[in-house]
Design a protein around this ligand. Sequence first.
Ligand SMILES: C[S@@+](CC[C@H](N)C(=O)[O-])C[C@H]1O[C@@H](n2cnc3c(N)ncnc32)[C@H](O)[C@@H]1O
Length: 268
Amino acid sequence: MQNPPRWVSTNGDVDRPNVARLFDYYLGGAHNFAVDREFAEQSMNHIPTAAMVQHTRAFLRRAVRLCVANGIRQFLDLGSGIPTAGNVHEVAQQADPTCRVVYVDNDPVTVAHSRTMLRDNAGAAIAEADIRDGDAVLSAPEVRGLLDLSQPVAVLMVAILPYVAEADRPAELVGRYRDAIADGSYLVISHLTGDEQPEMVEKLVSVATETMTPIVARSKSDIEAMLTGFDLLEPGLVLATSWRGEGEPETGAEAVSYGAVGVKRPNG
Ligand SMILES: C[S@@+](CC[C@H](N)C(=O)[O-])C[C@H]1O[C@@H](n2cnc3c(N)ncnc32)[C@H](O)[C@@H]1O
């Protein structure tokens, strides 16, 4: 193999498809390898994976714009993936260049890509940490350096909680972050569900086991349990495509994720 490009980490993880690079490919980015592209193309023969990822990203953008419109200027994006075109810092800083964004990911390849992409942006950084370790995330130098958690912040958990197994208590994990942020802070959440498209989502879950990161789909009531202490903005917890989206969802890729945006209640 030729020397890898310099945004590639050298820990050898270039031979298996990687979820962050798959997302990058589905979103039209250039930070992916042949192994990712082949896997992505094969999976798209069975499941509309690219459309699913694009819908999630569109929800993310709508939610970030709303946060900025409501006065939020700092963002903590947990399980951020590669900040491919149209990601949080671009959307937020386009709306207000003073916005500060800290991405968090535990995948060294993703972190290496992201550091290179963000190196000229004084208001954005990535921390390498496992989101299941709230203490490690909240004390990371990038978080402490760029964010003031005594002031409202938006915590983004978009397409990340499916990577947190039941054994790691996802609802308690969300609560760990809720307890660390100021009243009036926002939570943006999206989560894979098999409620509407069980067969398609089952296939997706099975395909994901072939990547490095298995996933879990959850029901609406499981996801509601993660939102304790937050007042949900209209329209509440709904299919992410319906969350202030254009038009009603049809069936298929439009109906595999719930999305919601909540505001932390005083003493929530
Ligand atoms: C499906 S991507 C989602 C990316 C982004 N949030 C979005 O919506 O486009 C999931 C990302 O979470 C990361 N990830 C998975 N488990 C994690 C964990 N325990 N801690 C930190 N990052 C994690 C993966 O490396 C991957 O980059």
